[in-house]
Design a protein around this ligand. Structure first.
Ligand SMILES: [Zn+2]
Length: 421
C-alpha cells in the first residue's frame, strides 16, 4: 500500500539526473506529451518498468508500477490493459456515432481515427506525469457502504472533509472528468483542432474507466480476496474475447444538464456492481480449480491467462454486465462531448488537421533547438506565460499555477536527447 499511496499522491518517482524537481516535471511532461515517455524516460529515469508483451495499464499497474519491474513474473489474467486498449479505442470510436447529425458529428467523423488511436494516451503517460494515476479510479468503498454518503460529491466540500492528499490517494476520477469537461469546453471555444481532439479523446478514456466496477473499489485487482488478476480478466480478456458480438447501437447522445450527477451515477453503478464481479468469480473458481488457467506464449515468455472456457463461463454468469457497462460508457462519452460543445455555445468547428503540431509541441520544438525558450532570461527560466501554457496544456494548472517560474533543463545531454526523438 505504501507504493500505492506514493504513486497516488503524485510523489515523483524518477527523473533526469541533474535536474531539480520543477525542471524534471516540465521536461518529462513535455516528453510525455510528445510520446517520448516510453522511450527515453524509461531508459534514463527507470520510471517505466518493463511490461509483459501487449500489456497496457490497469489500476493495479497504475497504482503499483513496481510490481511490473519483474517481467519474469507473469500476471494471471489478461495481457491487455483496462477495457484493454481494444476497449478504450472501441468506446471512443462508437461514441462518435452517438453524436446527433450536424457539424459536431461531421467534425468527429472526420477525425474518428485520431480520437480512437488516442483513447489510451492517459495510460501511456502514467509513469511520467505525477498525479496522473488517481485520475483513473476512485476507491469508493473507503467512504463507507454504498452509496458512500460520507463522501461529498462536490470537490471543495470533499477536500474540506478529507483533505486533498486523502482524496488523491483514494482516486479522483469523478472530479477529474468534470475538470476535463471544462477543458473540452475551453478547447471548443479556442477552436484548435488538435486540442479539441486531445481533450475529447482523453475525456473518453476517463469516463470509460469510471464505468469499470473494479475502478471503483480498493480491492481493484481482487488482491484482498485471493482473486488477483480479476481486473484484467473482467475488463480486457472478456471484451476482447466476446466484444465483437456486442450490440453497439446505444442510442443517440443526450444533452446532459447536470454533468456531476451523471458522472456520480456512473461511479455508483460501478461500485454497486463490485460485489457481483467478485463473488461470481469466487464461486466459479471453486468449481473450476486449476482448469481456469491456460498458458499463452508471447515471444520468449509464457503467460498464465484465464482459459477460454473459464472466461466463457464467467461471462455467462455476469449476464451481460460487461456489455452493459461498455454500452453505457459509449453513450456517456458521446453525450459529454455533445454537452461540452453545446455549453461552449455551439461554436463553428475548425477544419485544421489533427496532426498539426499543437501549441505545446511548437514550444518544445523551439526549446529543443534553443531558439526561444530562454529568450527572457539567462538562467534558463521559461517566460511565465509560456510556463503557464505548458502547465495548462498538460493539465497540471491546478497544482502548478502557483509556480510562477518553471525551469527548463540547461542540461545539454537531456536536451539533445529530446531533440533526437
Ligand atoms: Zn486508465
Amino acid at each position: 500500500m505504501g507504493n500505492i499511496k506514493r504513486i497516488a499522491s503524485g510523489e515523483w518517482r524518477g527523473g533526469v539526473p541533474g535536474l531539480c524537481r520543477p525542471q524534471r516535471v516540465v521536461f518529462s511532461l513535455l516528453a510525455a506529451l510528445l510520446g517520448l515517455a516510453g522511450s527515453w524516460l524509461g531508459a534514463s529515469a527507470g520510471a517505466s518498468p518493463a511490461e509483459p508483451a501487449g500489456m497496457g495499464c490497469s489500476p493495479m499497474q497504475l497504482r503499483s508500477p513496481t510490481q511490473l519491474r519483474s517481467p519474469t513474473q507473469p500476471l494471471p489474467g489478461s495481457a491487455a490493459g483496462p477495457w484493454g486498449f481494444w476497449g478504450h479505442r472501441r468506446i471512443n470510436r462508437q461514441a462518435v456515432y452517438t453524436i446527433p447529425s450536424g457539424p459536431l458529428f461531421g467534425f468527429f467523423k472526420r477525425h474518428i481515427g485520431w480520437v480512437e488511436a488516442h483513447a489510451v494516451d492517459p495510460d501511456k503517460r502514467r509513469y511520467a506525469v505525477p498525479g496522473e494515476a488517481p485520475r483513473h479510479y476512485i476507491d469508493l468503498d473507503r467512504y463507507g457502504p454504498w452509496p458512500h454518503d460520507s463522501l461529498p460529491r462536490d470537490w471543495d466540500s470533499a477536500v474540506a472533509r478529507y483533505g486533498d492528499s486523502t482524496l488523491q490517494a483514494n482516486g479522483i476520477a469523478p472530479w477529474h472528468i468534470q475538470r476535463m469537461m471544462a477543458r473540452l469546453r475551453w478547447a471548443f471555444r479556442e477552436g484548435e483542432t488538435r486540442n479539441i481532439l486531445k481533450q475529447a479523446a482523453e475525456l473518453g478514456h476517463y469516463v470509460a474507466d469510471l464505468h469499470v466496477p473494479l475502478h471503483c473499489t480498493e480491492n481493484y485487482n481482487g488482491q484482498l480476496t485471493g482473486q488477483k488478476g480479476i481486473h484484467g480478466f473482467w475488463e480486457s480478456r472478456l471484451p476482447e474475447l466476446f466484444g465483437e458480438a456486442y450490440d453497439y447501437w446505444t442510442g443517440g447522445a443526450d444533452y446532459i444538464p447536470d454533468v456531476s450527477a451523471v458522472v456520480w451515477q456512473a461511479a455508483l453503478e460501478s461500485s454497486a456492481a463490485v460485489d457481483s464481479v467478485l463473488s461470481l468469480e469466487r464461486e466459479l473458481a471453486g468449481a473450476y480449480g486449476d482448469a481456469r488457467y491456460a498458458y499463452d506464449r508471447r515471444g520468449e515468455r509464457i503467460l498464465r491467462v484465464h482459459s477460454q472456457g473459464y472466461a466463457a463461463a464467467y461471462h455467462e454468469v455476469l449476464d451481460g454486465m460487461v456489455e452493459r457497462r461498455l454500452r453505457k460508457s459509449i453513450r456517456t462519452v458521446g453525450s459529454l462531448w455533445f454537452t461540452a460543445w453545446v455549453d461552449a455555445g455551439r461554436p463553428a468547428l475548425p477544419d485544421g488537421e489533427a496532426e498539426a503540431p499543437n501549441a505545446l509541441e511548437r514550444l518544445a520544438e523551439r526549446w529543443s533547438t534553443g531558439s526561444g525558450a530562454t529568450a527572457d532570461s539567462a538562467d534558463g527560466a521559461l517566460p511565465n506565460g509560456v510556463a503557464k501554457l505548458v502547465a495548462s496544456e498538460i493539465g497540471l494548472l491546478d497544482s502548478l499555477a502557483a509556480t510562477d517560474t518553471l525551469l527548463v533543463p540547461g542540461n545539454e545531454k537531456a536536451r539533445a536527447r529530446l531533440h533526437d526523438h
